[in-house]
Ligand binder design. Structure first.
Ligand code: RUQ
Ligand code: CUA
Length: 664
């Protein structure tokens, strides 16, 4: 039986060596094929004793321990739920921990056929509301999901997520795991520090990434310093309505640095928001025009700036009318923010990436992509420097800069390319170390690394059980790896992402499970105690619209079904119940507009019906008690079967009917 640890140690070291030579991720080379070569799949003889099974499948004792730690018998429940960004898919993935079973893909920014998302009146309108300047968008680059919080703890009510490509934020209701709203940020063209919430979800924070003129207008790139800007938006969240209220929202103008991740302060740092930046050089590329590429232009300075924002002060200034309206958004100008003490900078080492506030809110940990350290800022020191106006200078836009050495509590020597940090309940921090491909566990008290666990490979974000709250649980950490390389069966050149579940409950981290994610590159995820999320099982009362969570005016109950011709077209008030639609025959004339109003009158859990009309792109998922509306124009004459698309009963195939479109 070989030793896991040694094998992994060797992989880590040689991957690092390959990396230092190539500077772009581990290469399939000598060191990297060790695991695959050492671990043939075995012949899966499931009939013998445990020992025989282990031998047949070539499993070590550690493997079996990991299997027992994650195996969840049929009918078993998971202790935690991960809400992971679905990356390019524009969706959110729900994963159970420790089983790592995928439980749901929540449709957010992109049509999702199974949920009928993007094929009916309500969800069509919802997706259309995410258009930018009239341009419908068929995808999103989702990065950071944020669970709603009460007093700094996840409360299991709502979920928010940002779309980096199009500067949008979506609101998901965890009552039924459905998207309720998509807001488009008119001020900025891309975001990254999104979505993050203040400790009571007063605001959902969205920060720009790539500077551009804030009014959405054109300006030559040569006027970058003068006309290009960043901004942080505080989207007001109305918890009772379950919606972002654009009218109560505001933004703060930021210099044209590239703002990166953000985190809201809590407890000791309550009232503050921290935002990283890179490219304080204000480089903008132009490789064919004789300029250095952006990546090198943006890596000249030894220090970039951590943005320290006093959002309560900003809120007061907004209330006092100290804003200008730009692109429809009340904007606190940079000069005002700097002069009124809303915005301060603290230098941070070379090209930082993650900024993460410790559970007690006392420290702010920043990882530098091109630095080997994690830098730990002390909010107490930062507050004192601000109060004393103890500045080391100002930036070109007049923003006061606090002295670096006096703002930090210390630095921890982590390794090559520390990115993001999460926390446990025992005073440890866990940092993803991208270039070195490890998760580093270190002590917050003395800033010393105690263990490095290899990740496979190039870990980006990591997430921990209740990790962003004031009281993390400390049981699990998940490394969200960008490269999968030799972890799974090959599936062509585009490989899945790899989520690695790590047991962090003991003194030593132990790897438990690899979960391939094949629908996009998730960036961040949050992990909540499963019993905090209490979704409804069915929609009550019958006829509830999933977008309004109220009975739809077009809903019908059994016996009230009808086809009605009105001025605006043919209204079909239909019910669905095992195993028929009423009405099941719909006769119209070519050119007529048809409004299908379908109520699933079932109140039994999981009794979902589908509704499809082929050739007309009509497709609904109607969950028990739910009502959906769909509109179509009968442009083509013919006979179109309509049928239920969920195998709902023994007579599911008979749950069908006809749309008869008579030629003009
Ligand atoms: S990203 S791998 Cu949060 Cu968008 Cu860091
Ligand atoms: Cu209803 Cu199948």
């Amino acid at each position: 039986m070989f030793r896991w640890k040694n094998v992994h140690g060797a992989v880590g070291a040689s991957a690092l060596a390959a990396l230092l030579l190539s500077a772009c991720g581990p290469q399939a080379g000598e060191g990297d094929q060790t695991d695959a070569a050492l671990r043939p799949p075995g012949n899966g003889n499931g009939s013998g004793s445990v020992a025989e099974l282990m031998a047949a499948r070539n499993l070590s004792e550690d493997d079996v321990r990991a299997a027992l730690a994650t195996y969840t018998p049929s009918g078993g429940r998971d202790e935690y739920l991960i809400f992971a960004s679905g990356g390019h898919s524009g969706q959110i993935i729900v994963i159970g921990v420790p089983s790592m079973r995928i439980l749901k893909v929540i449709a957010v920014f992109t049509p999702e056929p199974w949920q009928g998302y993007g094929y009916g009146d309500e969800t069509d309108a919802l997706l259309a509301s995410g258009a930018r300047d009239g341009q419908p968008l068929g995808w999103a680059d989702t990065h950071h999901p944020a669970l709603s919080e009460t007093a700094g703890d996840y409360d299991g009510q709502f979920l928010f997520i940002g779309d980096k490509a199009n500067a949008r934020v979506a609101v998901v209701n965890l009552k039924d795991f459905t998207t309720q709203q998509i807001v488009v940020n008119p001020l900025i063209q891309s975001d990254h520090g999104a979505a993050f919430v203040t400790p009571n979800t007063e605001y959902v924070i969205e920060t720009s990434q790539y500077p551009a003129p804030l009014d959405g207008a054109f300006a030559p790139i040569e006027e970058y310093d003068e006309k290009y800007r960043g901004a942080v938006t505080f989207w007001k969240f109305d918890r009772a309505a379950g919606r972002i209220v654009p009218e109560g929202s505001f933004a703060i103008e930021l210099p044209p640095y590239m703002q990166d991740l953000a985190d809201a302060g809590k407890l000791a740092s309550d009232g503050f928001v921290f935002i990283n930046s890179f490219n304080t050089e204000r480089a903008w590329g132009g490789v064919l025009e004789g300029n250095p590429p952006l990546e090198s232009g943006a890596s000249q300075n030894d220090m970039d700036y951590l943005h320290v924002i006093d959002w309560r002060k900003a809120e007061a200034l907004v209330a006092a009318g100290k804003t200008e309206t730009v692109a429809g958004m009340p904007l606190l100008r940079l000069t005002t923010a700097a002069a009124e003490g809303v915005l301060h900078f603290v230098p941070e080492p070379k090209s930082p990436h993650g900024v993460d506030v410790t559970p007690d809110g006392k420290d702010i940990v920043v990882g530098g992509k091109l630095d080997t350290h994690g830098t730990v800022y002390s909010i107490e020191k930062v507050k004192k420097l601000i109060a004393d106006k103890n500045y080391a200078g100002t930036d070109p836009y007049g923003v006061p800069i606090l002295p670096f050495e006096e703002a930090i509590r210390g630095q921890v020597e982590i390794g090559l390319g520390p990115l993001h940090t999460v926390f446990d309940d025992k005073g440890y921090a866990y940092t993803s170390v991208f270039l070195e491909s490890v998760v580093a566990k270190w002590s917050l008290a003395d800033l010393k690394v105690v263990q490095k666990l290899p990740s496979h490979y190039n870990v980006g974000h990591i997430t921990a059980a209740e990790g962003d709250t004031v009281s993390p649980d400390g049981h699990y950490v998940v490394a969200m790896n960008k490269w999968a390389l030799d972890r799974f069966n090959d599936v062509g050149p585009l490989l899945p992402q790899n989520f690695q579940l790590i047991d962090s409950s003991g003194d030593e981290m132990r790897l438990l499970y690899d979960l391939p994610i094949p629908i996009g590159e998730p960036h961040y995820a949050q992990m909540i105690k499963a019993d905090k999320v209490t979704p409804i099982e069915i929609y009550t009362p019958v006829g509830t619209n999933a977008l309004t969570h109220a009975v739809d005016p077009n809903a019908v109950t059994g016996g009230k079904e009808q086809i009605e011709r009105r001025e605006d077209g043919v209204h079909v008030h239909m019910t669905a119940v095992r195993s028929h639609f009423t009405p099941d025959i719909v006769r119209v004339k070519q050119g007529e507009k048809i409004h299908f109003h379908i109520t699933n009158v079932e109140q039994a859990k999981d009794a979902t019906h589908g509704f499809a009309v082929g050739s007309y792109n009509l497709n609904a998922s109607i969950e028990p008690g739910e009502h959906v509306n769909m509109t179509m124009i009968a442009t083509r004459p013919g006979v179109f079967p309509l049928y239920c698309t969920e195998f709902c009963s023994a007579l599911h195939l008979e749950m069908a009917g006809y749309l008869l479109v008579e030629p003009k």
